[in-house]
Design a protein around this ligand. Structure first.
Ligand code: PLP
Ligand code: COI
Length: 340
């Protein structure tokens, strides 16, 4: 079969339906599922997800490598993170090995939608789960649906690898002992007001700080932060309420083992921002997006790397990570899962 006739270079980060998706239903303690062509979900008006937002999701990508293979990146870590999301939200776990198999099955069934090597696009894979039976008292559902759809995507931020501007926000994303460390749909619902407001005011994203002291950097609405200090040390914020990004964890390994850089995982204070040489956002959707400027209540923190291009260390991290994902650089054991 031939690749779909899509202008890969001009797509953004939006939903393009593909041919097949995976659906499994949980009932009476058992999961049963398979591929389907139907993109629609029909559930009861009182379904747990509709009343009390009992849902969680994951995000990963499939890539065409330089030598024409189709691969995905560390799906076992998405399976493990979905397990922690489900446990925190009192949802049944979709077995981790079956999760990886289902990811492979859906990508294979939509192979013609995996963007070609070098096109700038990738196939975004979205596994998710929700409570599907009627629930009216506040309690977990008894029945659940787990689904995976895929959609070809381009860059998450318009302009691709161009530095963006973010603002320090007064609203909170995650309570100190709340759900910031898991991928609950509710974490994103509560950020919608704020992302619209950021865009209306000319900012690309919100930088959340720790709600307890409002002095430490947490993350943005959809990505972790990564910094490079003036000595070339890579610094990543440590907090129990940020999402454990698979991209960030991978970049820490890339920085240490591939680039020989020092890495510090520690609390990062807002007051230190102006001491850093480079800042970026990292995540599956964001890949690594350089930050040119942070706006903090009337004060502008402009990184020496500027507004035109990525700083040198972030560029090396970006080139190495994407090199591993696209098969140009040898990957650590187990990072690349071949689909075809
Ligand atoms: N932080 C938040 C809030 C996210 O939504 C995401 C996206 O998944 C990330 C960080 C990055 O995580 P990952 O690198 O696993 O995609
Ligand atoms: C991802 O990077 O996969 C996410 O889920 C982030 C989301 C904001 C698109």
């Amino acid at each position: 079969m031939a690749k779909k006739n899509i202008d890969w270079g001009s797509i953004g980060f939006s939903y393009i339906p593909t041919d097949k998706r995976y659906v499994a239903n949980f009932k009476d303690g058992k999961w049963e599922g398979g591929l389907t062509s139907d993109p629609n979900v029909v559930i009861n008006e009182c379904a747990g997800v509709l009343q009390y937002s009992q849902s969680c999701f994951e995000g990963l990508k499939a890539y065409t490598t330089e030598d024409g293979r189709t691969v995905c990146f560390r799906p076992d870590l998405n399976a493990a993170r979905m397990k922690s999301s489900c446990e925190r939200l009192k949802m049944p776990v979709f077995p981790e090995d079956k999760f990886v198999e289902a990811v492979k099955e859906v990508v294979k069934a939509n192979i013609d939608y995996v963007p070609p090597y070098g096109s700038g696009a990738t196939l975004y894979i979205r596994p998710y789960m929700f409570g599907s039976n009627p629930v009216i008292g506040v309690k977990p559902a008894d029945e659940y649906q787990f689904r995976i759809f895929v959609t070809p995507v381009g860059p998450y931020f318009k302009g691709g690898a161009k530095p963006i501007t973010i603002r320090v926000t007064d609203l909170d994303r995650a309570a100190p002992r709340g759900t910031g460390h898991i991928k609950a749909g509710l974490n994103y619902a509560m950020s919608l007001y704020n992302i619209v407001d950021a865009h209306e005011n000319g900012f690309d994203e919100n930088l959340y700080v720790d709600p307890a002291t409002r002095t430490k950097v947490e993350e943005t609405g959809g990505a972790n932060c990564i910094f490079v200090d003036k000595n070339g040390t890579v610094v990543v914020p440590k907090s129990p309420s940020i999402l454990p990004s698979i991209t960030r964890r991978s970049l820490v390994t890339v920085a240490k083992d591939y680039l020989g850089l020092n890495v510090e995982e520690r609390e990062v204070y807002l007051s230190e921002l102006s001491d850093f040489a480079e800042m970026g956002l990292c995540g599956t959707a964001a890949v690594i997006s350089p930050i040119g400027k942070v706006y903090d209540h009337g004060k502008e923190i402009c990184f020496p790397s500027g507004m035109d291009e990525m700083g040198p260390t972030i560029k090396k991290l970006y080139d190495t990570l994407t090199g591993i994902q696209m098969g140009r650089i040898e990957a650590p054991e187990g990072w690349i899962v071949e689909i075809k």
